[in-house]
Each structure stands twice: as structure tokens, then as C-alpha cells.
Write a protein that binds this ligand. Structure first.
Ligand SMILES: Cc1cc2nc3c(=O)[nH]c(=O)nc-3n(C[C@H](O)[C@H](O)[C@H](O)COP(=O)(O)O)c2cc1C
Length: 407
């Protein structure tokens, strides 16, 4: 039997194999973040796929931390019944599900989150949303910690098997961890210990909010690839050791940030025409030039581009299960990575959009690699508000408002 089909435990959660469906924003919830029928159907389909653990798309823990339209919410108790339907849909098919929690921080817009976006510092205007963030005050930071703890409690009530914290991708927790975004000189910045404090306080608050055996998983960058260096490998190793001390059940290794280095998050083709289509007319010309410039940069697909860093993390905290995500595509490479102890689990996102039954195909010897060719039209589709899926053959015309059609 392939080592990929050997069981593993994330804390008290037993997984039958080493495959993790990583966070994948669905663009399928209703306007207010409530779960739609389409979302339930999506997770029911994924539940059938024998995937070791399914991580949902990120769910916003508070309205002012909402990252995207039609994003699923976990910000108030009225959302629990819908969220329970997602967990039930996966369990009925024999799967396990982790709810991913996020606060977007400065990585959103006023239109989406209802306020001027806020981050650790008020520095800079990002090159994509063109947002100048406001700086979070101490009391606002405390409110965010409480929002995460409340969201974790809701996840447990709704029946999630684990909680997954997005501290990668350039969202709020990534912003606090990174000296590029975080220029504070108070207790929340100025040193690695201080930059780590918000994630630490959130984990501690969650641990006292949820029943004991609930595993908490963290997704973290080993490199932000921001214009001025943010998180680097050395810093990430330090953070990883502290996460281990806090009793984290597993650590997912990623890289890149949405607004400054997004092609590092999902290496492959730059979806130029699809992104341009999603923009207002006044943003198109400048966006065209920057996307074309991006195409000329080193952003192409690389097999397992985070694996080397994940292996360094694994060597540094050998007792903590590590999930590697980013360009994991061939069975041979996945097996070798786990066999050599470079990683414990294989995370994939885009491949499951194309083949939700990929794990079954691997197990039944019907495939040796994922069909996903990283065309990134899935991202182009999301930018145009189409529900998540594989759009390898092209995205439909016009704006997609699938969630609305469901209501
Ligand atoms: C359409 C799309 C949506 C994504 N949404 C999320 C998300 O909600 N949370 C998250 O942690 N990562 C998200 N990601 C990043 C993936 O989890 C993953 O890190 C990245 O795509 C690289 O892995 P892959 O090569 O297997 O696709 C998303 C990626 C794509 C393509």
C-alpha cells in the first residue's frame, strides 16, 4: 500500500490518508454569508472523494473581516444551522471537515467589509485594491480575538471536526506576523515575539472556547515574497516552534500574499483576460500592464514549490504533522515526499476543482497525476463572481451570481 494511504492523527482527529483538500474560497454563499444549497451540494460531492481532510474556503469571523463577496460567514449564531448542513453533508459521505477561519485585515475593500479596512499598521496603499488601511487599536485587536473565539465555538457547535486558522495569504494574521505589514512598536509588533502575539492570543482564546479534543490547524507562510521582506524561512521556523508549544494539531505550509505576491500563492498561468474582465473600466489599462509585467516574471508553475520549506519546518518541529500545499501534482512526487519525511500530508486545491474524486483515482490506480494544468481560470472565474469550479475550457460571459440565483 502506498504510504499516502497510511492513517495519521491531527491531535485526536484520525485521518485515513495523507490527502488534504486545502482552503478554497467558494464564492457560493448568500450575500450575507449564509450557507446556500450550492455550498451544501459542493461539500457533499467532496465528501464522497475519500479525501483525508477537507478544509473549507475561508469563513469570515466578523463582518469587518470579510474578504470577498459571497464568502461564507461564521460571524453570528444565525449562521450555525447552515454551517451544520455543510459538516453533515461531508460526514454523511464518510469524510472529515475543518472550517477555515479568517479576518481579512487590510486585504479587502470598504464595499465588501463595510468599513475602511484595517491592519496592524496604516502604512502604504496596496497595488491592487488601492486601499490605505487604518491601524487597529488595542481594543479593536481584543475584539478580533473574541471574534475568533466565538467563531471557533460556532464551528464546534456546527459539528466541524477541526478548526483551521488562515495565517497565510496576506490576511490579517499573516499581516501581524510579517514585518512588511506590521510596523508597530507596541506589544503587537517590533519583535518576532510581539508579531506572533495576536496568533498566540487567538489560539489560546479558541482553546478555552471549544471542547478540549478539537484540533486546531494553522496555515502559515514560510515566505511572503513581498516587495520588502516579510516572513522568511528563519522567522517561520521560530513561529512553527511556538505553534508546536501551543499544541497546534498540524501546520500547513504556504507562501505569497494576495495583494503583493499572489502568483506565489498559485503558480501557473496569469489569468490576464479573465481578471481584466472583472474590473471597472478605469482600472483596466493599468491592470493590463501590470498583469502583462507579472507574466514576464518568474511566476510559472513549479512542482511542489513549497516542499523545500515545508521539509525545513518538518525537520525543525519533527513531532508536528506538516501539510505541504502548492503544486503537488504527481503521485510519485507525493509518495517520495512523505516517504523521505519531508512532509506528512499532501495539500491540494486546484486539482480537486478539476477532479473531486482524485484520491479515489489514485487509490484505485486509475491516475498517476492530477489533470489540473494550473491555467488559473478558476481564479479568473472567482474574480468575476462565478462559483468556484474548474473553468479550464473558459469562463461564461458576464458576472456570475450563482448564490443569488439560489435564494
Ligand atoms: C480558487 C481558489 C481559492 C482559494 N481559496 C483559498 C482559501 O479560501 N483559503 C486558503 O487558505 N487558500 C485558498 N486558496 C489557496 C489554495 O489553498 C492553495 O494554497 C493554492 O491554490 C496552491 O495549491 P494548489 O497548487 O494545489 O492549487 C485558493 C486557491 C484557489 C485557486
Amino acid at each position: 500500500m502506498s504510504i499516502l494511504f497510511e492513517p495519521i492523527e491531527f491531535g485526536k482527529l484520525a485521518l485515513p490518508n495523507r490527502f488534504v483538500h486545502t482552503g478554497c474560497y467558494e464564492c457560493m454563499a448568500r450575500d450575507d454569508g449564509q450557507v446556500s444549497e450550492a455550498l451544501v451540494r459542493r461539500y457533499s460531492r467532496l465528501g464522497k472523494g475519500r479525501i483525508g481532510l477537507i478544509v473549507t474556503g475561508y469563513m469570515f469571523v466578523s463582518q469587518d473581516g470579510k474578504a470577498n463577496p459571497f464568502q461564507t460567514g461564521i460571524s453570528n449564531d444565525s449562521m450555525i444551522p447552515g454551517l451544520a448542513r455543510i459538516a453533515d453533508a461531508v460526514h454523511e459521505k464518510g469524510g472529515r471537515i475543518a472550517f477555515q477561519l479568517v479576518h481579512a485585515g487590510r486585504q479587502t475593500t470598504r464595499q465588501i467589509c463595510g468599513k475602511q479596512p484595517a491592519g496592524p499598521s496604516a502604512s502604504g496603499r496596496d497595488p491592487i485594491y488601492l486601499v490605505k488601511p487604518r491601524q487597529l487599536s488595542d481594543s479593536q485587536i481584543v475584539e478580533i480575538i473574541e471574534a475568533y473565539a466565538d467563531a471557533a465555538k460556532r464551528a464546534a457547535t456546527a459539528g466541524a471536526d477541526a478548526i483551521h486558522i488562515s495565517a497565510a495569504g496576506g490576511y490579517l494574521l499573516n499581516q501581524f506576523l510579517s514585518p512588511f505589514f506590521n510596523q508597530r512598536q507596541d506589544m503587537w509588533g517590533g519583535s518576532d515575539e510581539n508579531r506572533f502575539r495576536l496568533l498566540k492570543e487567538i489560539i489560546l482564546a479558541m482553546q478555552s472556547a471549544v471542547p478540549k479534543p478539537m484540533p486546531i490547524i494553522v496555515k502559515m507562510n514560510t515566505r511572503d515574497a513581498t516587495p520588502i521582506e516579510g516572513i522568511n524561512l528563519e522567522m517561520a521556523l521560530r513561529y512553527a516552534a511556538w505553534l508546536k508549544e501551543l499544541g497546534i494539531a498540524a501546520l500547513e505550509i504556504a507562501s505569497g500574499t494576495l495583494l503583493y505576491s499572489n502568483m506565489q500563492m498559485w503558480r501557473g498561468r496569469v489569468p490576464v483576460t479573465e481578471i481584466i474582465r472583472s474590473l471597472p473600466w478605469w482600472k483596466k489599462p493599468l491592470a493590463w500592464f501590470s498583469l502583462k509585467a507579472l507574466e514576464r516574471k518568474d511566476t510559472g508553475f513549479l512542482e511542489g514549490w513549497n516542499l523545500k520549506d515545508a521539509a525545513a519546518v518538518k525537520a525543525h518541529v519533527p513531532d508536528m504533522p506538516v501539510i505541504t500545499v502548492g503544486g503537488m501534482r504527481t503521485l510519485a512526487q507525493m509518495e517520495a515526499a512523505v516517504q523521505k519525511g519531508l512532509t506528512d500530508c499532501i495539500g491540494m486545491c486546484r486539482p480537486f476543482l478539476r477532479e473531486p474524486n482524485l484520491v479515489i483515482k489514485f487509490q484505485d490506480d486509475r491516475a498517476g497525476e492530477a489533470k489540473c494544468d494550473s491555467c488559473n481560470r478558476c481564479l479568473g472565474a472567482a474574480a468575476n463572481l462565478w462559483p468556484v469550479g474548474c473553468y479550464n475550457k473558459g469562463i461564461p460571459k458576464g458576472k456570475g451570481r450563482a448564490a443569488d440565483r439560489e435564494q
